[in-house]
Design a protein around this ligand. Structure first.
Ligand code: HEC
Length: 140
């Protein structure tokens, strides 16, 4: 009797945790990832050597914004790479690992003001959104 009600309580609280985690991810994507990557993609375009020789001459303040934006991705990266989320399968695990690695690459490149490395990290980071969303996000 006691065992049965304990099991029920555990089941209910686990369901609550799963729901909260799902809602958190969506909020985090909308409030943190979207804003940070807007900066990263914009700076990535500005400093891409393919966009001309002056592209690397963005002001130091803009590079500082890029560093800060890349650092803001650390929380979401940890969330995407939690054991619970990685259990969603190989596509999730691979794109989540790429997301974390490329956010780190972007941070390091921005600290060095390395336009080529930063624009590559930004482009590849953008590919991780598509890879994961194609399978795991409802398409609108
Ligand atoms: C490993 C998986 C994964 C990666 C990588 C990922 N996302 Fe997401 N993202 C999701 C999931 C899952 C949702 C939907 C969450 C929900 O609806 O509960 C989502 C939702 C979003 C939303 C909210 C969209 C809406 O419907 O309101 C935005 C914005 C977003 N992601 C941006 C990004 C950007 C930008 C990147 C890449 C820099 C990225 N995401 C990378 C899994 C991922």
């Amino acid at each position: 009797m006691r065992g049965a009600s304990l099991a029920l309580v555990l089941t209910l609280s686990l369901a609550g945790v799963a729901l909260a985690a799902g809602a958190d991810l969506k909020t985090e994507m909308k409030t943190v990832v979207d804003a940070a990557t807007t900066t990263i993609f914009a700076v990535g375009g500005d400093v891409d050597p393919a966009n001309g020789p002056d592209a690397a001459k963005v002001p130091a303040s803009r590079w500082a914004e890029a560093v800060a934006a890349a650092q803001k991705l650390k929380g979401p990266a940890a969330n995407l790479n939690s054991a619970e989320n990685k259990a969603k399968g190989p596509v999730w695990a691979a794109s989540a690992a790429d997301f974390a690695r490329l956010a780190g690459d972007a941070e390091k490149a921005a600290m060095k003001k390395d336009g080529a490395a930063f624009s590559k990290a930004a482009n590849d980071l953008g590919d991780t959104c598509t890879a994961c969303h194609a399978k795991f996000k409802a398409q609108s």
